[in-house]
Structures are given as C-alpha cells and as structure tokens.
Design a protein around this ligand. Structure first.
Ligand code: ATP
Ligand code: BTN
Length: 344
C-alpha cells in the first residue's frame, strides 16, 4: 500500500486488508439487510471458508454479525475506534480517490506527511494514526493524542501556488469542515480564529495546524493537520485540558459511527482543497464565516510577541487576518496570534 483510497495498518497483509474492506463494503451497501455468505464469496472470488474466517477476524476486532441461517449475516455493530478496513470501506463508498493510510502509532501525522512528501510520495494523500506520541499544536504546544476513537489526521499537497494565496487556507478548511459537520450531524461548530473549532458550549473539539515548505515564489509542500475529538467526556481528557476540551459525542449527547464520520471528514477536506485550488472557495467563504465565527463583536486581547493588543473583533479581511477596532476607533489588522476573550 498505499493504493487509491486504501488504508492499511500494521496488523495484516494488504490482500487480507483489501478482502476485509470489500466484505465490509458489501455490508455497508446492504444497509442493515442480510448479506449471503455464498453470494459474497462469489462476488469477491474467494471461498466461503475464506469469508467465514475473515468475519471471525473482524469479530475479534470488535465487529458483531448476526447469522440467520437462510438469509446470511447482518452487521450489527462496529468498533469504537478507527479501524483500517471499515474506514477503507467508507472511503470507497464515498469514492475518495487520494491514498489514505492509517498507522497504529506515529510521532505526529504532520511530521509523517512531511517525511513522505520529502521522499516523493504522490500527492495529495492523507495519513492518520490511532495515536500520536508527539502530536503538536500551534506554537509548539502539545496535542493530546491517545484516544484511538479520535482523529489525528494530516492531508498533504504539492500546490505550486504563490505563498500569499495560502493565507486564508486554514480558515477555509475549518469553515468547510464546519459546514460538513452541520450538514451531516446537525452540530453547529464555532470557529475561533485562527485555528480552533468549538462545540456550542465553547469547548475545543478540534484544532488545525497548517505547515508549509515554501521557496521564493511558490508553496512547494503543504500539510494540513487536524486533531478532532469524536469521543470523550470531560473526565476522559487529561487534567490540563479537562475544563476546555470537548467532543462531538459529548456535544451531541449520543454515540456516532466514528469510522463513517472519519471517512466523511476526509472526503469533505479533500473536496475543500479542490475548491481552494480552483478558487471557487471564495464564493461561500464570507457567508460561512459569518455563520461560524465565534469572535464577532467580542472584546479580546491578541498576543503573539510583545505587548498584546486589546480591541473589539470586527471580522476578518480578504486574507483571513483578524480586524480589531482598537482605541479611538482605529482599525488594526492582526495576521497571527493568540486570542484571549476579555471578561465583559
Ligand atoms: P488559540 O485560541 O490561540 O488557538 P489554544 O489554547 O487553543 O489557543 P493552540 O495552540 O491553538 O492553543 O492549541 C493547543 C492547545 O489545545 C493546547 O495547549 C491545549 O490547551 C489544547 N489541546 C491539546 N490537546 C487537545 C485535545 N485533544 N482536545 C482539545 N484541546 C486540546
Ligand atoms: C492546535 O489547536 O494548535 C492545532 C492542533 C493540531 C493537531 C493535529 S493532530 C494531527 C496533526 N498532527 C500533529 O502533530 N498535529 C496535527
């Protein structure tokens, strides 16, 4: 691997992984109806025994199937963590064409994507991991990455676009993700400039980290990293983020199908990239920004280096920089920094 839309991990051979994915794809297509083992064997060109033994293996990975002697099998439940075969089946269903690879563990998916770009892997591609040893956020901060049901994902591109075109990229990817999540799960996320996604109660459910390699007139390599908490109640998070971190499931109050959502997020992000590359993103940017921006009209302090600037947020400019109304009605443009909300 990787092949088109494939996922693999360190647990089995590529052939078996492909067979597992095809079996699961048949169950997804059946949409809860029974699937006949005989028919499956014929369709996939393997023996009935091979299907049976792969299903045993899938059971060991946390899938449950109900056998009904005459009709076949029904898929009853799926694992609560990212599973290579199931993720692949969903990606195939969504016709995601770039390579997508799942690793059991890695230092950082952004670093892994950079290494793969450096050795010439064909882009675009995605790499995700069940856990990261050194997941990182902006400004060298730590991204807690130990829950196998959450998303630690990087998308890699070789864009060859002028560096200045990149400025609104992270915000656009965040907005496209917000639009997707509202449509698919009915959950309205907030985007806190420049890189946080929040649940409606203000908890951080995701963070984005864009890293690029530039030369004088072009972006050569681009990596978009996303850490997204599908699962986890506050008590499940490490003490230092317990008061601020959230998850989709905590916000929705119900479990979600992690692998289906992961595949849908990957598909939505690749589509957002296409729109960015061809320039059509700007048609929906402003409307989405107004819908998901959580800072509009808020009194904030923005700091990076030196003295923080205080002001009232008055939107963003064409490049995605924050516009602040500071003392005496002055307008200050801030292109990067860390926003702290001030108490009213
Ligand atoms: P800003 O609002 O400026 O983005 P931030 O506190 O969100 O500030 P970032 O650098 O964007 O800082 O993100 C890193 C921070 O995210 C960490 O310092 C930690 O507080 C928080 N964090 C780390 N891991 C997770 C996680 N798995 N889920 C939610 N939040 C996390
Ligand atoms: C932030 O909020 O500061 C950004 C967090 C980004 C975390 C993701 S997880 C996948 C990718 N790999 C990393 O090491 N970081 C990003």
């Amino acid at each position: 691997m990787p092949r088109r839309g494939a996922t693999s991990d360190s647990t089995g051979s590529d052939v078996m992984a492909a067979l597992d994915s095809s079996i699961l794809l048949a169950f997804l297509k059946a949409d809860g109806e029974p699937v006949s083992g005989d028919r499956l064997a014929k369709e996939l060109g393997v023996s009935r025994v091979a299907i049976w033994s792969r299903m045993e293996r899938l059971r060991a990975d946390g899938f449950t199937f109900k056998a009904s002697t005459r009709k076949g099998y029904e898929l009853k439940s799926v694992p609560r963590e990212i599973n290579a075969a199931l993720l692949d089946a969903h990606l195939r269903r969504l016709k995601v064409s770039p390579a997508v690879e799942l690793l059991a563990e890695v230092d950082s998916t952004n670093s892994e994507a950079e290494r793969r770009l450096a050795v010439g892997q064909e882009a675009p591609f995605a790499v995700l991991a069940r856990s990261q040893r050194a997941g990182r956020g902006r400004l060298g901060r730590k991204w807690h990455s130990t829950q196998a049901g959450n998303l630690y994902l990087s998308l890699a591109f070789r864009p060859f676009i002028p560096p200045e075109r990149l400025k609104p990229f992270t915000l656009w990817m965040g907005l496209a993700l917000c639009a997707h999540v509202e449509k698919s799960l009915g959950l309205k996320l907030g985007l806190k400039w420049p890189n946080d996604l929040q649940s409606p109660d203000g908890r951080k459910v995701a963070g984005m980290l864009t890293e690029a390699r530039l030369d004088a007139d072009s972006v050569r390599e681009l990596v978009f990293g996303l850490g997204l908490n599908f699962t986890g109640q506050p008590k499940d998070f490490p003490a230092e983020i317990r008061a601020t971190a959230g998850s989709f499931e905590a916000a929705l109050g119900e479990p979600i199908d992690i692998n289906r959502e992961a595949a849908a997020v990957i598909a939505a992000l690749f589509q957002a990239w296409e729109q960015f590359e061809e320039g059509t993103w700007s048609r929906s940017f402003r409307k989405l920004w107004q819908h998901h921006d959580v800072l509009a009209g808020k009194s904030v302090r923005v700091g990076l280096r030196g003295d923080p600037i205080a002001g009232i947020v008055d939107g963003i400019d064409e490049e995605g920089s924050l516009i602040l109304r500071t003392g005496g009605g002055r307008k200050t443009i801030v292109s990067s920094g860390e926003v702290t909300l001030r108490k009213p």
